[in-house]
Design a protein around this ligand. Structure first.
Ligand SMILES: Cc1cc2nc3c(=O)[nH]c(=O)nc-3n(C[C@H](O)[C@H](O)[C@H](O)COP(=O)(O)O)c2cc1C
Length: 191
C-alpha cells in the first residue's frame, strides 16, 4: 500500500484515484508552450482556433499535430476540411490568441490582421512569425479531444520576432535566450 500526498492521488494496492482535473490543469500549466492560430476552410467559410497543443511529430514524412476539443465549432470544421494552416503568434499576439479562442466571433475579413495564402486560399494571420500548411493524414479520438495529424505541405518563417509564450494560463512576452547545447551540437538535426 502506498499513500501519496498532498491530496493529488492515492494508490492502494490495485485501487487508484486519479488526480483531479484542477490538479492536472495546474501541472500542465507549468509546461510553457507557444500559441498558434489554426485556420481552415469548409466550402466558402473560414474557421479559426487558438491552440497551444501544436507539436512537431515526424521529419520523414513531415508531420505535426494539434489536439482539438470535440465540443467546438472548430472541431466540426477541421474534421470535414482536408487542409489547414498553422500561424505561430508573435509575442504581442495575445489579443489575436483571445480573439480566436472565442466562440461566435466573426472572422476579421477585409482587415489587415489576416490575408489569404496564395497557394491554398487559407487565412494567414498577418503578424505570425511562421506559417505551415497541412493536409490531414490521421485523426485519433483521445478522450474529449481529437488528435489531428497533418502532413506539412508548405512551411515558411515570416519574421525573426519573438513568439508569444503561454505559461501558467497567462501570456508572456520576452524570452531570455541561452544556448541549449555546445555550439557545434546546436546545429545538429533533431533526432
Ligand atoms: C492560449 C489558448 C490555447 C488553446 N489551446 C487549445 C487547444 O490546443 N485545443 C483546443 O481544442 N482548444 C484550445 N483552446 C481553446 C479554443 O481556442 C476555443 O475553445 C475554441 O476557439 C472554441 O472553438 P469554437 O469557437 O469553434 O467553438 C485554447 C485557447 C487559448 C486561449
Amino acid at each position: 500500500m502506498r499513500l501519496a500526498y498532498p491530496d493529488s492521488y492515492v494508490v492502494l494496492g490495485e485501487w487508484r484515484v486519479s488526480p483531479s482535473a484542477g490538479t492536472f490543469r495546474d501541472v500542465m500549466s507549468r509546461f510553457p508552450t507557444g500559441v498558434v492560430v489554426v485556420t481552415t476552410r469548409v466550402a466558402d467559410d473560414d474557421f479559426a482556433m487558438s491552440a497551444s497543443s501544436f507539436t512537431s511529430v515526424s521529419l520523414d514524412p513531415l508531420l505535426v499535430l494539434i489536439c482539438v476539443q470535440q465540443d467546438t465549432g472548430f472541431h466540426n470544421a477541421i474534421t470535414s476540411a482536408g487542409d489547414w494552416a498553422v500561424n505561430v503568434l508573435p509575442e504581442d499576439g495575445g489579443e489575436h490568441a483571445d480573439w480566436f479562442a472565442h466562440n461566435g466571433r466573426p472572422m476579421p475579413k477585409g482587415t489587415d490582421q489576416v490575408h489569404r495564402s496564395e497557394s491554398s486560399n487559407l487565412l494567414y494571420v498577418t503578424d505570425a512569425v511562421a506559417h505551415l500548411e497541412c493536409r490531414t493524414q490521421q485523426i485519433h479520438q483521445a478522450g474529449d479531444h481529437d488528435i489531428v495529424i497533418g502532413e506539412v505541405l508548405d512551411a515558411h518563417v515570416a519574421s525573426e520576432d519573438m513568439p508569444l509564450v503561454y505559461w501558467k494560463s497567462r501570456y508572456h512576452e520576452g524570452l531570455t535566450q541561452t544556448d541549449p547545447f555546445p555550439p557545434q551540437a546546436a546545429t545538429r538535426a533533431p533526432e
